[in-house]
Write a protein that binds this ligand. Sequence first.
Ligand SMILES: [Zn+2]
Length: 158
Amino acid sequence: MGDGHNFKQLKDRILALSLATDWEVARKEWSLVGIHEADEPETCICGHFPIVEVCEIYNRVTKRRTEVGNQCVKRFLGLRSDLVFTAIKRIRKDITKSLNADAISFFHERGQLNDWEYTFSQDTMAKRNLSAAQLQKRRAINEKILAAIGRRGFQGPE
Ligand SMILES: [Zn+2]
């Protein structure tokens, strides 16, 4: 890869924390459970430095946790966690903007958005002219998400 992302090192570290010994089986034991922005740049378990957008992954079988960067989440779990961070940056910059599809799905799956908020976010995602009431609701949702991300990161249910 040549950019500090050592896939073999990632595999070795993940396998050491997994029950399965076959990579294709072992990777299925893992899911993304939390994301946060690091105060200080961290090093991904693949050896890549720096990572600031940190993803916490959890192994449902061994109950082990570890942290990786967006690149590894994408490569290893096939998830675009970077797009969730994109949405967070956008609403932090402008609280009246909407979350994107990836963020709506991510936060709903992890119980951060209830079913009503999930449906509302989806229905109003592409709308620019919201009613005053809708805008107020969107802001409340965004503030809740930003508070959840916070400094300590958001920890969803396992
Ligand atoms: Zn990595």
